[in-house]
Design a protein around this ligand. Structure first.
Ligand SMILES: Cc1cc2nc3c(=O)[nH]c(=O)nc-3n(C[C@H](O)[C@H](O)[C@H](O)COP(=O)(O)O)c2cc1C
Length: 247
């Protein structure tokens, strides 16, 4: 299996998304899959201009030439696309959405009915057969991922791919204050990567465990109080240095 991992976090490998990506990569490697990872924040990728040259003039080729080039090559060569994104304003990050918009280049302009009878475009080239979502959020409730999950499943279906699963771990504020709270999920994620590489899917029970929040809301609020104390300290420090500067 060849996996392409798109890390859409503005903090790249430093955040919780990065830790999730690294655990998955370790598992994929144990299962003998080959992975290529792109940190989108380090790349120069412009938004789709909507010129539709990829449909009407130069089939399958985007008119905008930038750092999407290596991503297009990797998309065409991979069996699995991992969309790794923090929850940003209730959906995927702008960094990742920009890349997904540019994937419009795989579509033909014509209209057909797909397997489920919906009207969609046929493809000039195919996106990876399977999509996997990895995400995290600051807030602790799993419901925060509803809009992102709807988008992910719609994107997989509209690009003619199957969702291999979605792994959403809420509560990143406390997972950063107490990193040990994330450890069990990272081990499970590694195991999921290994199984995915070997079998092409992740068992439902494992997905369920991965999607069970590492901390309940009451414990979250207790640990988050330490984060709030730290925030107050930072705000006071900044206020004092502004006051000193204005003297
Ligand atoms: C622009 C922005 C928007 C965010 N929107 C949400 C949100 O809607 N819901 C939420 O629970 N967390 C939100 N967060 C918090 C991030 O999901 C959280 O900090 C996450 O850990 C960031 O990923 P990272 O650790 O990989 O950097 C937002 C953070 C940023 C920077």
């Amino acid at each position: 299996m060849k996996a392409l991992i798109l890390n859409g976090s503005a903090r790249g490998g430093k955040g919780v998304t990065g830790k999730m990506v690294n655990a998955l990569i370790r598992g994929l490697a144990k299962g003998k899959a080959e992975s290529t990872t792109f940190e989108i924040r380090r790349m120069s990728i412009s938004p789709c201009t909507g010129c539709l040259s990829c449909m009407h003039k130069n089939p399958g080729i985007c008119a905008v030439r930038d750092d999407m080039e290596p991503i297009y090559q990797a998309l065409k060569a991979s069996d699995l696309l991992v969309l790794a994104t923090p929850l940003y304003v209730d959906t995927m990050s702008a960094q990742l959405k920009t890349v997904m918009d540019r994937c419009l280049a795989c579509l033909q302009p014509f209209l057909i009915r797909d397997d489920t009878g919906r009207v969609r475009h046929p493809y000039t080239w195919r996106m990876p057969a399977k999509f996997l979502l990895l995400s995290t959020s600051a807030f602790p409730e799993p419901e925060v991922f509803a809009a992102l999950l709807a988008t992910f499943h719609a994107q997989a279906a509209n690009f003619g791919s199957k969702a291999a699963g979605a792994i959403c771990i809420p509560g990143s504020i406390v997972l950063q204050v107490e990193p040990v709270l994330l450890d069990r999920h990272l081990s499970l994620l590694e195991e999921a990567g290994k199984i995915l590489a070997g079998t092409g899917s992740i068992p439902g029970t494992l997905l369920q465990e991965l999607n069970t929040p590492p901390v309940d809301v009451d414990s979250y609020l207790q640990v988050a109080a330490r984060y709030e104390d730290w925030c107050r300290e930072q705000l006071n420090k900044a206020r004092r240095s502004r006051e000193d500067a204005s003297i």
